[in-house]
Design a protein around this ligand. Structure first.
Ligand SMILES: *[C@@H]1O[C@H](CO)[C@@H](O)[C@H](O)[C@H]1NC(C)=O
Ligand SMILES: *[C@@H]1O[C@H](CO)[C@@H](O)[C@H](O)[C@H]1NC(C)=O
Ligand SMILES: *[C@@H]1O[C@H](CO)[C@@H](O)[C@H](O)[C@H]1NC(C)=O
Ligand SMILES: *[C@@H]1O[C@H](CO)[C@@H](O)[C@H](O)[C@H]1NC(C)=O
Ligand SMILES: *[C@@H]1O[C@H](CO)[C@@H](O)[C@H](O)[C@H]1NC(C)=O
Ligand SMILES: *[C@@H]1O[C@H](CO)[C@@H](O)[C@H](O)[C@H]1NC(C)=O
Length: 394
């Protein structure tokens, strides 16, 4: 849907107009110190916490209607004084959930739908016209999930099907020419590549991706055989090497490199809310964001905890040019500064029609945030260019 049409529609509905541009600032002190009769719940959002203090109650109930919640002035600098949500596209059924791949030279965001009945789609949003179309690929993309843009190719993870192994695709966005890059390890199927990033070193580049056990749940594939891992594909050396073991990250999910190519951020998602699977994969590890340094041999080393997910999991992850870490969580798009402080949230209580399933991913497209809210795609024009295109080219 074209933006101007939509703005007109929104102006007609006063209840929505008011909520598309409210920013609420909440003192970050409240994130660790509340009136002691507080009632908070890990299955509800922070702003759903109740206390007997009427000013806190009023603030939280206003925040429940605000798309932008700031816990730090740095977040206000990102969104600017007049931030507003713009509806870029809308469908009756969920169609926008994963990837969020900004293709700067085409002014597009590539994204993927949820997988329903073993079928998922790869779509393209044109950021100029807000048209959405199905990606043109020379071979079918089976159950696409995460993705990354690098050196004029879009890389998409595929969860496979009962008959086709999970794999990683490369797609030339200008011709649709598509290749399978990786689909096995010495003759064993991958479990389900989830997300992918490229790391540059000198004139070389390396693809890191997460492999997790979730594909069989979504696309009816075979049960996992390999231990879940993070893998490095080296096109120079023609090798596929496991680099993080499931003892370190139990269910690796989102993965991104920092702008300066020195750090790898990975989300661990051991509990996905499906009791049978949660029991099978265990719950000793945390739903969390970890950061590693990348050593001279391209191994991730020095694992540190970067953040714990307050509610649900941290799914999609993007690192901006200022070292801030943006994640898709049940509360919405959560932004942490490079020291790990939660500085603000793009609030899912406003952007999502239903709290479940939660937002999974989004794109940082220069100075625009593109949120994949299932039936809706929202954009927010930011006051800063948070990601410049140069990191996506060698
Ligand atoms: C929200 O946007 C509308 C239309 O642009 C404007 O009239 C209104 O003042 C804004 N409200 C706030 C709280 O900024
Ligand atoms: C706060 O109170 C409301 C209304 O009674 C209730 O629906 C909600 O679950 C409470 N929140 C928490 C976190 O207990
Ligand atoms: C924000 O809106 C106000 C009131 O409409 C306007 O005066 C100001 O220039 C705007 N600021 C920016 C950065 O757009
Ligand atoms: C998925 O399959 C079920 C069972 O066959 C069917 O009831 C449902 O309508 C299908 N959903 C979609 C979106 O095709
Ligand atoms: C789709 O991709 C094929 C190559 O895979 C190409 O021949 C064709 O021109 C493309 N069509 C469009 C509309 O881009
Ligand atoms: C990278 O390639 C350029 C051009 O081929 C060459 O001049 C340069 O020395 C190379 N740099 C490294 C670190 O290999």
């Amino acid at each position: 849907m074209v933006l101007t049409t939509l703005t007109f529609l929104l102006l007609g509905a006063s209840a929505i107009v008011g909520s598309t541009n409210i920013t609420i600032s909440i003192s970050s002190t409240l994130s660790y110190l509340l009136p002691s009769d507080f009632q908070g719940n890990i299955n509800q959002n922070f702003i759903d916490t109740n206390t007997s203090d009427s000013s806190v109650s009023r603030l939280f109930s206003e925040a429940q209607k605000a798309p932008f919640i700031a816990y730090d002035p740095e977040f206000l600098d990102i969104i600017g004084p007049n931030a507003s949500l713009a509806l870029a596209a809308e469908r009756k059924q969920p169609f926008a959930s994963e990837a969020g791949v900004w293709v700067p030279d085409r002014n597009e965001v590539w994204f993927t739908s949820p997988t329903v009945n073993n079928t998922g789609y790869l779509y393209v949003l044109n950021l100029q016209t807000f048209n959405v179309y199905t990606a043109n690929t020379s071979i079918p993309i089976l159950n696409p999930n995460g993705g990354y843009y690098f050196n004029e190719k879009v890389y998409i993870t595929g969860q496979g099907s009962p008959t086709q192994p999970p794999c990683l695709y490369s797609i030339d966005p200008s011709t649709g020419e598509t290749f399978i890059v990786v689909n096995s390890y010495f003759g064993v199927r991958l479990n389900g590549p989830n997300d992918v990033t490229w790391v540059k070193r000198g004139n070389s580049s390396y693809m890191f991706f997460t492999d997790d056990p979730l594909a069989q749940v979504y696309s009816g594939g075979e049960p996992a055989q390999l231990p879940d891992a993070v893998w490095r594909y080296d096109p120079q050396d023609q090798s596929l090497v496991p680099v993080i073991n499931r003892g370190d990250i139990l269910v690796p999910n989102g993965i991104r490199v920092s702008r300066d190519q020195t750090k790898l951020y990975i989300t661990d998602t051991p509990q996905i809310g499906q009791p049978g699977l949660d029991a099978a994969i265990g719950s000793w590890s945390s739903t969390a964001i970890y950061v590693y340094d990348i050593d001279e041999d391209l191994f991730p080393v020095n694992k540190r905890l970067f953040g714990l997910t307050r509610r649900g999991i941290s799914d999609g992850i993007h690192i901006d040019d200022f070292g801030r870490v943006w994640t898709g969580e049940s509360e919405g798009v959560v932004v942490r500064n490079k020291k790990g402080k939660v500085i603000g949230i793009f609030n899912s209580e406003v952007t999502l029609e239903n709290p479940s399933p939660p937002l999974e991913n989004f794109a940082l497209a220069g100075d625009t945030l593109v949120m994949l809210d299932l039936q809706k795609i929202w954009t927010v024009k930011l006051a800063q260019t948070v990601v410049a295109p140069s990191r996506y080219y060698i």
